[in-house]
Design a binder for this molecule. Structure first.
Ligand code: FE
Length: 218
C-alpha cells in the first residue's frame, strides 16, 4: 500500500495506490497504475513528476481513508499530514511511511480505466525499518476494502459479505458494512453491539468518516 503524490504548479495532491512495481534496475524504473478520473492523474500528466511513499503495517485507517476515499478536488488532503518536499518538488508523506521514491515520468500507457505511468527514480530514502503494508495485510488483517476507483475493484467485494444479516449499516463513502454480529473489535466494540449503541465518536474503520455517513441497509 502506497501514497502516490504529485503537484501542479503550487498545488499538491495524493492518493492511495496498490499497483506499484519495479520494472528495471538500470536505470531504476517503477510502474504505477492510476485511475484516469483522479486529480493525481491530471497532476502527473501536467508536472511529469511524482513520489511514492510506502506505508507501514501500522498505518492508521484514517490516514488511508484520507488519501483513498476523498478527492483532492473538494478537500485539502494534506491539512493534517506531516510532509517534506522532495528534489522533484512533490510532497513526501512522513507519517507511517517506511520508504519513499521520487520519480520523473518517462513513459505512460493508456490501459482503459487506468494509465500505467512509468517513472525513473531520481531520489529515495528509507525512513523506518517497520514492515511495509501489503494489500493482503490491509484487506485480511486490517479489514480494509477497495474504492470503486481501484484497478482490481469488484462489486462483490462489498455487497456479498454478510448477505442476509439484519440491521446492517453501510458507509456511504467507502462501502464498509457494520454488522452487530461482528462489532468492531479494533475500536473496542464488542460483537452484539447494535449500530444505534455505537459511541458518537465511533468512526468508519475503513475510511474514517463519522456515524452520520452511514445508512441502514434494507
Ligand atoms: Fe467508510
Amino acid at each position: 500500500m502506497y501514497i502516490l503524490t504529485s503537484k501542479n504548479e503550487d498545488r499538491v495532491n495524493g492518493q492511495i495506490v496498490n499497483a506499484v512495481l519495479q520494472l528495471t534496475s538500470e536505470p531504476i524504473t517503477i510502474g504505477v497504475c492510476v485511475n484516469q478520473n483522479n486529480l493525481t492523474h491530471e497532476f502527473i500528466e501536467k508536472s511529469r513528476v511524482f513520489t511514492i511513499s510506502v506505508l507501514s503495517e501500522d498505518a492508521p485507517m484514517n490516514l488511508i481513508g484520507n488519501f483513498g476515499y476523498k478527492s483532492g478536488r473538494d478537500t485539502d488532503k494534506f491539512e493534517e499530514i506531516s510532509c517534506s518536499t522532495g528534489e522533484n518538488r512533490c510532497p513526501t508523506v512522513l507519517d507511517s511511511v517506511v520508504a519513499c521514491l521520487e520519480l520523473e515520468l518517462i513513459s505512460q500507457m493508456d490501459m482503459g480505466s487506468h494509465t500505467l505511468f512509468v517513472g525513473k527514480v531520481v531520489n529515495g530514502d528509507i525512513l523506518s525499518d517497520e514492515n511495509p503494508m501489503t494489500y493482503a495485510y490491509y484487506h485480511n488483517v486490517r479489514g480494509g476494502r477497495s474504492p470503486k476507483s481501484a484497478p482490481h475493484y469488484v462489486e462483490a467485494d462489498i455487497r456479498t459479505e454478510g448477505a442476509g444479516r439484519m440491521n446492517r449499516h453501510v458507509c456511504k463513502v467507502c462501502g464498509y458494512v457494520y454488522t452487530p454480529e461482528e462489532g468492531d473489535e479494533d475500536a473496542g466494540i464488542k460483537p452484539g453491539t447494535v449500530f444505534e449503541d455505537l459511541p458518537d465518536d465511533w468512526i468508519c474503520p475503513t475510511c474514517g468518516v463519522s456515524k452520520d455517513e452511514f445508512e441502514k441497509q434494507e
